[in-house]
Write a new protein. Structure first.
Ligand code: ATP
Length: 610
C-alpha cells in the first residue's frame, strides 16, 4: 500500500458524498470536487475519479464487476460490526438502505471503542486511504471461482472494520452500485478544468480528449501529470472506445438537405445495434452505443471483422442487424434482443444470424480520421473493407436532389431500414465524437402521430398507483437531459402504455435508484411520491408537444412562464442501451416543438409512408 504523498484518506471522498446528499446546486457540487482534486496527488487522480463515479474502472474494460449481491453485503456488514445477519436485515427494513445500516452499526461500535480508548490509551487506527480501499475493492472484484464468495465477504468485512461510520456508508453504497448515478461526468470535467486547467475554459480540451478516449480517469491523469497541452495531443487509441457522434432529426427532406449544405451522402438508417469495432492485428473489440464492451455477444462479428478489415490497426463504426437466413431480409432491433437473452452462443449464432453495415471509419494505422471530412473517411472505409454479404458498407447515394432523397428513403423503408441518415460532406464534415450535431440528420418513418418521433426520457420520480394499480407504482415522472447544464428537466408524467408485467416489474427496476430527496441533477416543480436517481431511460410517444407551467424542460425558452410537455404520453419500451445522458435533450425537444408548429402551419409536408 502506498502512503504519504501519493495517497489521501478516503474520508475526503466519503465527505463529498455526504455533502451532496444535502446540497442542491451543481455549482456547489463542482466546488466540492475542486477541493477534493486539489488535495489529490496526480498519481492517484484516476482512482479518485473512478471512485466518485461509483466504479473501479470504465465499464467497457473487460474486467469483472464486484460481484457482491445484497446477501453477501449483509454478511460482510454483520461480520464487521459483530451483529447478526437478522439484525442487519431488520435495520435495513427500517432505514431503507444498507449504507445507512452500516453507518449506524459502526457508530454504535465506535462509540464503544471511544470509551475504551479514553481509558486504555490504545493507539488509534491509521486512517483508511484511497489506495487501500481501491486495492481491496479490486481484490473483491477479482476473486472468482470456488471459495470466492467467502473471500469477498472477508475482504469487505475487513475494510468495513477499519472504516469510520461515514466511510462505511460510502463503501457499502459503492458496492451496491448506488453511487454510479450521483455525480455526472460533466461536473467532474468542470472540476478538473478548474483544478488543473486554470478555469472552465479548459473544459473544452478535456471534453475533446474524453470524447476520443472514453476513460475519464486516464484523461484526468494525463491532465494532472502532464498538463493541458498533452491533453490537446490525445488521439484515438485502439481498444479504448470513442464516444459516438449522434444525429439531429428533421422531418422535411428539403430542409434537411439545406441544413447539411445541399450536397449530401444519404445512407440507410438500419434498425439494429450500433457497434464500434476496433481491431489490432488479430484482436477485436466491439463497443455498444453506450460504450459497453459487447465483444462476447458477437463472436461471429469478431470473426468477420478479423477477416474482412484490411488494416493492422483500425476503428470503424456500423450497425449490427438481425436478418432472416431463408429470405435474407433484415429484421427489426427487437430480434437482436432475443439474441442477447440467450446464453448458449452456438445456438444463438444459428438462430439469430446478423449482418454488419459499416458507415464510418475513425482511425486506421496510426492516422486519426475523426478530424477528416466524411468523403475522406468514406474513401478509406471503402478501401479497407473486403465486402461480403454479411460484412459490408451501408447502402448509400450521393445527391443534392430532394426527389432522389425521397425515393431513396422509400427504398430504405421497403428494404427493412428505419429511414435514412443524411450526412454533410463539405470540408467541415468531421467526425464530431460525443456530439449530437447537424452534420448528420436522421429522417425516420414514424409519422403516425402529431409528434414527429418518439423521445427517450429519463425516470426521475414515481407515483403510487390507485385502483387496480393500488400497492404498485402507477406512473413515472420523466425528464429530458439538459446537456448544457448537466441536469434533467421534467417533461411529463407517464402512466399509459405499460403492460401489467411492466408495472409488476417496476418496484424491482426502480429500487436501486430510489432516493430520499430530489437529486441535485434534477430540476422539477412536480413532486412525485418517490424520487428516483436519473439512471433509467424509456422510449415515450405522445399526441403532441405542448407548453406547460408545471414542467421544467426548456422553461422560459418558448414562453416566459412555461416549459415543454408531452400530451397523452405513452410508454413504449425501456432503452437499456442508453445512459441518462443519451436521453433526448431539452434542446431537441425545442426543435421538435418548432417542427410541429411548422407542420401545423402547413409549411412542411411529411413524406408518405411506403
Ligand atoms: P434512435 O433512437 O432513433 O435509434 P439514437 O438516439 O440511438 O437514435 P441517433 O444519433 O439519433 O441515435 O441516430 C443514429 C443511430 O442510428 C446510430 O446510433 C446508429 O445506431 C443508427 N444508424 C443506423 N444506420 C446508420 C447510419 N447509416 N449512420 C449512422 N447511424 C446509423
Amino acid at each position: 500500500m502506498s502512503t504519504g504523498r501519493t495517497d489521501i484518506p478516503v474520508r475526503l471522498i466519503a465527505d463529498v458524498f455526504e455533502r451532496i446528499e444535502v446540497i442542491t446546486s451543481r455549482i456547489q457540487m463542482t466546488a466540492l470536487l475542486v477541493t477534493l482534486f486539489k488535495q489529490t496527488p496526480p498519481e492517484i487522480i484516476d482512482r479518485v475519479v473512478y471512485l466518485i463515479q461509483g466504479r473501479l474502472w470504465p465499464d467497457w474494460k473487460e474486467l469483472p464487476e464486484l460481484g457482491v449481491g445484497e446477501k453477501l453485503l449483509v454478511k460482510a456488514i454483520a461480520l464487521a460490526t459483530n451483529s447478526s445477519e437478522a439484525q442487519v436485515e431488520d435495520l435495513a427494513k427500517s432505514l431503507g438502505d444498507l449504507g445507512k445500516v452500516a453507518e449506524q452499526l459502526k457508530s454504535r461500535i465506535s462509540g464503544r471503542q471511544q470509551g475504551v480508548t479514553l481509558f486504555s490509551f490504545t493507539q488509534q487506527q491509521p486512517e483508511l486511504t484511497v489506495n487501500k480501499v481501491y486495492d481491496t475493492l479490486v481484490r473483491v472484484a477479482m476473486a472468482q471461482g470456488e471459495g470466492s464468495k467467502d473471500l469477498k465477504i472477508r475482504l469487505l468485512a475487513g475494510l468495513l472494520r477499519e472504516a469510520s461510520p461515514k466511510e462505511a456508508k460510502f463503501i457499502v453504497r459503492f458496492v451496491e452500485g448506488r453511487l454510479r448515478v450521483g455525480i455526472g461526468e460533466a461536473t467532474v470535467m468542470d472540476a478538473l478544468a478548474i483544478t488543473y486547467g486554470g478555469g472552465v475554459a479548459a473544459r473544452q480540451v478535456i471534453e475533446r480528449a474524453y470524447n476520443l478516449r472514453a476513460d475519464l480517469g486516464k484523461v484526468a491523469k494525463i491532465l494532472a501529470l502532464n498538463g493541458l497541452e498533452a491533453l490537446r495531443n490525445v488521439r484515438p487509441e485502439v481498444g479504448v472506445p470513442i464516444r459516438p457522434m449522434l444525429a439531429e432529426r428533421l422531418s422535411d427532406p428539403k430542409e434537411i438537405l439545406e441544413k447539411v449544405g445541399g450536397d449530401a451522402f444519404i445512407e440507410y438508417k438500419y434498425d439494429g445495434e450500433r457497434a464500434q469495432i476496433h481491431k489490432k492485428d488479430d484482436k477485436v473489440w466491439i463497443f455498444s452505443r453506450r460504450l459497453e464492451n459487447i465483444t462476447h455477444q458477437y463472436p461471429d462479428v469478431v470473426e468477420l471483422a478479423r477477416d474482412h478489415l484490411k488494416a493492422r490497426e483500425v476503428i470503424v463504426e456500423g450497425e449490427i442487424v438481425a436478418y432472416d437466413l431463408d429470405t435474407g431480409e433484415l429484421k427489426p432491433f427487437q430480434e437482436l434482443m432475443h439474441r442477447k437473452r440467450k446464453h448458449e452462443v452456438r445456438t444463438v449464432l444459428k438462430e439469430y444470424p446478423v449482418k454488419v453495415f459499416l458507415f464510418d471509419l475513425l482511425y486506421a494505422d496510426g492516422r486519426d480520421y475523426t478530424i477528416e471530412p466524411l468523403p475522406v473517411r468514406r474513401g478509406k472505409l471503402l478501401e479497407i473493407v473486403d465486402r461480403t454479404e454479411e460484412f459490408t458498407v451501408a447502402e448509400y447515394i450521393r445527391t443534392s436532389d430532394v426527389k432522389e432523397l425521397e425515393k431513396f428513403f422509400l427504398k430504405a423503408i421497403s428494404d427493412g431500414a428505419e429511414g435514412v441518415m443524411v450526412k454533410a460532406l463539405h470540408d467541415g464534415s468531421i467526425y464530431q465524437a460525443g456530439t449530437r450535431g447537424w452534420l448528420w440528420i436522421k429522417f425516420k418513418r414514424d409519422y403516425r402521430s402529431e409528434m414527429i418521433d418518439t423521445v427517450d426520457l429519463v425516470v426521475v420520480g414515481a407515483f403510487y398507483g390507485k385502483g387496480r394499480r393500488g400497492g404498485k407504482y402507477g406512473a413515472l415522472l420523466m425528464a429530458a437531459y439538459n446537456d448544457e447544464k448537466d441536469v434533467f428537466e421534467t417533461v411529463c408524467k407517464v402512466g399509459s402504455g405499460f403492460k401489467d408485467e411492466d408495472l409488476d416489474k417496476l418496484p424491482e427496476i426502480l429500487k436501486p435508484y430510489i432516493r430520499d430527496r430530489k437529486s441535485p441533477r434534477v430540476v422539477a416543480e412536480m413532486e412525485p411520491d418517490v424520487w428516483v436517481e436519473p439512471a433509467l431511460v424509456a422510449e415515450i410517444i405522445g399526441a403532441e408537444l405542448t407548453l406547460s407551467p408545471i414542467h421544467t424542460c426548456a422553461y422560459g425558452r418558448i414562453k416566459s412562464d412555461a416549459g415543454l410537455s408531452i400530451r397523452f404520453p405513452r410508454f413504449i419500451r425501456w432503452r437499456p442501451d442508453k445512459r441518462p445522458e443519451d436521453a433526448t435533450t431539452s434542446n431537441e425537444l425545442v426543435e421538435m416543438y418548432n417542427q410541429q408548429l411548422k407542420k401545423i402551419a402547413g409549411e412542411s409536408k411529411p413524406v408518405e409512408e411506403a
